[in-house]
Write a protein that binds this ligand. Structure first.
Ligand code: KG4
Ligand code: ZN
Length: 384
């Protein structure tokens, strides 16, 4: 079963074709991140306009990347052994890539309303005109399904470092992105319990805000990780929030503590505006702040995972979402936990449509309700 996934929840316009929830046939991601760098964060109107421009070319590329090889074999099996391009002219005149697509899966939420609308309207239109079943997908839930991708089509030129096998249930999943931080226990597909979540900022958001404070480029996660490599993670003592629910997270106090420590480092008090700090801090100070913040943020993430592992003894621990690209997080987790943790390729940690297609496959397989292409609405505040 081949599913076309469509994702437009934030600033990435993405489409992908995945077979049987595990084989990556194509993965196209067009990011408008360069347009947002000047503003130090995603500007919703710019993101929506950029989705509008990219959505159809991105979908077309995902279909073509995925389906050309099989057409090629169709043609060669028809005894035209020469270059199929020369013998057939434009193959699209003879073969419709849509013939091989069994269903469409699209991100319904959570995300920016204007961005979500573009993907959902494109998916609705295509579901109607191409007569394909449509599945509405929860973006945060889908991050975990990136880890179910275990194979890549030989025709894809990009390398992917994927897990050898799909994770086994029960799965303890730490989902860490720019908008969400959750610890979820999955008993099976669609049977899960949210053990804890952030009570304020998401961890990725905290990375982005601290990077902005230090004058490091957006997105902040990779910038902080890079600066932290040159800093001392014990240079500045920062607090870890104490939570009522031991599986919850909090990052807003940490962010304020970073601001106060930075003001003190340059000999100023709390009245110094945060946007003036970057010019006053030395390179060494910035690196030390980045390293100390990263260490504290990652320890905040890891402590509940350790407790949940001891309490629930899951078969597998997975970490998904943009922040799972952080190599220091991976190193600390393997040092702290007495079990193997499964991740996916860095390219599939951040937003993509392959994860949407993978979850779409399981929705189809487990007979989950289909979406009505005539009425499917976006759901910007959708929560697992
Ligand atoms: O999953 P994602 O692409 O989008 C959301 O669903 O939010 O996650 C984006 C977040 C951003 O906050 C970005 O700064 C963070 O992931 N991120 C990282 C790293 N790479 C991306 N955070 C820490 N370390 C990284 N290497
Ligand atoms: Zn995401």
């Amino acid at each position: 079963m081949k599913i076309l996934g469509i994702e437009t929840s934030c600033d990435e316009t993405a489409a992908s074709v995945v077979e049987d929830g595990r084989l990556l046939l194509s993965n196209v991601v067009a990011s408008s991140v360069d347009l947002h760098v000047a503003y130090g964060g995603v500007v919703p109107e710019i993101a929506a306009r950029s989705h509008l421009e990219s959505i159809m070319p991105v979908i077309e590329k995902a279909l073509n990347d995925a389906l050309v090889p099989s057409h090629q074999s169709l043609i060669t099996s028809g005894k035209k052994q020469k270059d199929w391009r020369l013998t057939t002219g434009d193959w699209r005149l003879q073969f419709d890539p849509w013939d091989q697509i069994d269903a469409i899966a699209v991100t319904q939420g959570p995300g920016l309303p204007g961005s979500l609308l573009i993907g959902v309207m494109a998916a609705r239109t295509l579901a109607i005109t191409k007569q394909k079943p449509l599945y509405a997908i929860d973006h945060v839930h889908a991050h975990v399904y990136a880890i179910f991708l275990t194979e890549v089509s030989s025709s894809l030129s990009t390398n992917y470092d994927l897990p050898a096998a799909a994770p086994k249930f029960p799965i303890l999943a730490l989902i860490v992105s720019g908008g969400h931080t959750q610890l979820v226990l999955f008993k099976d597909h669609f049977k899960y319990h949210v053990l804890g979540q952030t009570t304020d900022d998401a961890v990725g958001e905290a990375f982005d805000k601290v990077a902005k404070l230090l004058g490091l480029p957006y997105p902040g996660g990779p910038s902080i990780a890079k600066a932290a490599k040159h800093g001392n993670p014990r240079a500045i003592k920062l607090p870890r929030a104490k939570m009522q629910n031991k599986y919850d997270f909090s990052f807003s106090g940490l962010k304020t503590a970073v601001l106060r420590a930075s003001q003190a480092l340059v000999g100023k008090d709390y009245t110094l505006p945060s946007h003036q700090l970057a010019d006053l801090l030395s390179e060494t100070q910035k690196n030390d702040i980045a390293a100390s913040f990263q260490r504290t943020a990652l320890e905040t993430l890891i402590a509940p995972v350790k407790l949940a592992l001891e309490e629930f003894r899951p078969a597998t621990v997975v970490v998904a979402g943009g922040v799972s690209a952080n190599l220091e997080l991976r190193r600390l987790l393997s040092k702290t936990l007495d079990t193997e943790v499964i991740y996916t390729d860095i390219k599939l940690c951040t937003d993509n449509a392959a994860m949407i297609a993978a979850l779409g496959f399981y929705k189809a397989k487990y007979n989950r309700p289909k979406a009505d292409p005539y009425s499917l609405e976006i759901f910007p505040d959708l929560a697992m």
